[in-house]
Design a protein around this ligand. Sequence first.
Ligand code: AMP
Ligand code: GLY
Length: 426
Amino acid sequence: MPLKILVIGSGGRESAIIYAIKKSKKDTEIYCAPGNGGTSGAAKNIPLKQDDIKGLASFALENKINLTVVGPEIPLSLGIADEFAKLGLKIFGPDKKASLLESSKKYAKDFLNRNSIKTAGYMSFNDYGEASGFVRQKAHPLVIKASGLAAGKGVFISGGLEESIKILNSIFNEKIFGESGETVVIEDYLEGFELSYMVVTDGISYKPLITSMDYKKIYEGDAGENTGGMGAITPNPFVSETLIEKINKTVIEPTLAGLKSEGINYKGVLYAGVMVQKDEIYVLEFNVRFGDPETQAILIRLESDITDLFFSVIEGNLKDYELVFDDNRSICVVLSSAGYPKEYKTGCEISFDGLQNLNNSENAGYYVFHAGTKKTDGKYYTAGGRVLNICAKGKTPDIINIAYDIAGKINFGNKYYRSDIGKIYA
Ligand code: AMP
Ligand code: GLY
């Protein structure tokens, strides 16, 4: 009997998770809900939305799914793990209460304070009048955040009072984030270098993933708006073993201890976005899931069996699982639709004609993960802001040229990508 696995989500991260599952020696049968144009090859796409918790649970029950892996934050914040556990279904991802670490920035900040973990000074507000009164007395720059989920777009760094008032007005009065903007966190602006740091935990022990660097801004040189991520590299060239140890001791371990002491049994990926300022480490945010696109760059280096990893987390024996990565470097370049993270056009046909060896790409030294794509009558079309992820790995900076060579050979209307991903290695 094959192991039946359901992956929830439709991005490049989920494509990479499916790629890693395919590498397992186990006989697997993979479903993806709702999936994208690429996952319809490696898995069977199921037309259920990521927020249709009841529908997904019924599907998993009826189809005797042995393992469900949740990619995005929305189903986790809606309590998919609680619902599946109630039905005796195995699922990888934290429960609703634990997911508040990502779905409520106010909750996360209060949690950090309660547990004496460093984070930027902050205040939270539910009222435009009070928030605007507060920013009038504050030195700028400062950081204004919608507390709820906003697909990485709810954070503003404001350089001056006029800008702050405009931002608060758009969140509180124009309600650009809907309910997610009912509470706003205003915090001190921190300078330093940023790092995405992910661990997997079964609530008892934890294991770090390899380090990565996410390129969050839309333009070269880290200019312009924040996005979900325009590229990633592993390892993060600025991170030493000493720093990793420090993050483990000052962020990860107190966070896991705090969760435990508050009665939360956290199982899944804990992602800390941190700012390193001289010798101090500040938590900027938590995510309760794998990062996208960091995961794509990370999973192509995974050597151990990811299905065993998922089960060891669910079953609480992570300490016996040996998490192994190869010793390459890796890169992921995001091809997006011009206009993202704001308005963009979809429905443009994607041409892979420039790639002779696409079906054998791993042997040819590269990976193409689909994200916002759709397959219709055998052809691929753009269907989202982040469309494709081009990855490569190896020991030398050559991997950058490989990824960009492939990026240049794939064509679609309004293609846009940053040209400086990984250039730090060159
Ligand atoms: P968040 O979603 O909270 O991580 O914020 C998104 C991005 O905004 C971060 O990756 C940082 O680049 C930036 N940011 C968030 N909080 C701060 C802060 N307190 N000081 C400086 N930059 C910040
Ligand atoms: N790349 C950042 C995130 O996944 O939130």
